[in-house]
Design a protein around this ligand. Structure first.
Ligand code: PGA
Length: 252
């Protein structure tokens, strides 16, 4: 049976000392809540401190991006091996902010995903339509295409370490949330593409999160939907009480 995964995406927030304080405060609040996996994806410079603070707890630490090369002349980039060596377990790939502001394409998303999986990281692969695509009625086509391109060349065995985060771009950081029905429907479309690519068992096993203004008020309803297996949470992951409420909703 697939796991529910509640993951925070801190984006460009929290210094190392703030990260340490946050995790120290969060750990007792989420202790024993084992019906979901709990992940915090944090800025590169916070990872070492976060891993140390999370030791012995049920909180797992992830990065927010990774480069696709093993090493080399890529000023400012970070490799998968650098991440795993300091204890990173997860990595977000293909977040819409990377696609929008930093030239990320499905080709580079695919390359990063492959490099991360090869290094033993679990990948939270983000995809989703922009507002114009939803209004034009082509959401299903867009997410199907992204799913196929982003997973190209990834084996069924590797897929076991992939979580897909369906994040409608119009809902990210906007306070607009997809309705539970919209989230369920589009996560279902992604699951059916995975079924076509990898078969029924893989489709049943894969965790598909919803992301986009998920918060303590709407999490329970979104998470109650059969195709929504967790959340990728930005703003509401920056407050221990709000994030804990979402973890509680996943454990209800
Ligand atoms: P948000 O961000 O919860 O602040 O909308 C979600 C995300 O970007 O992953």
């Amino acid at each position: 049976m697939r796991r529910t995964v509640i993951a925070g995406n801190w984006k460009m927030n929290m210094t190392p000392s703030e990260a340490k304080k946050f995790i120290t405060e969060l750990a007792p609040m989420v202790k024993g809540l084992d019906k979901c996996d709990i992940v915090l994806c944090v800025p590169y410079v916070d990872i070492a401190v976060a891993c140390e603070a999370a030791k012995g707890t049920n909180i797992h630490i992830g990065a927010e991006n990774v480069h696709f090369a093993e090493s080399g002349a890529y000023t400012g980039e970070v490799s998968a091996k650098m991440l795993t060596e300091i204890g990173t377990e997860y990595v977000i790939v293909g977040h819409s902010e990377r696609r929008q502001y930093f030239g990320e394409t499905d080709t580079t998303v695919n390359q990063r995903t492959k490099a991360a999986l090869a290094a033993g990281l679990k990948v939270i692969l983000c995809l989703g339509e922009v507002k114009d695509e939803r209004l034009a009625g082509i959401t299903d086509e867009v997410v199907a295409m992204q799913t196929k391109l982003d997973l190209a060349g990834i084996t069924a065995e590797q897929l076991k370490n992939v979580i897909i985060a369906y994040e409608p771009v119009w809902a990210i950081g906007t306070g607009l949330t997809a309705t539970p029905e919209q989230a369920d429907e589009t996560c279902g479309v992604i699951r059916s593409v995975v079924r076509d690519l990898y078969g029924a068992e893989a489709a049943e096993e894969i965790t598909i999160q919803y992301g986009g203004s998920m918060n303590d008020a709407n999490a329970r309803e979104l998470l109650s939907k059969p195709n929504v297996d967790g959340g990728l949470i930005g703003g509401a992951s920056l407050k221990t009480d709000k994030f804990t409420s979402i973890v509680l909703a996943a454990n209800a």
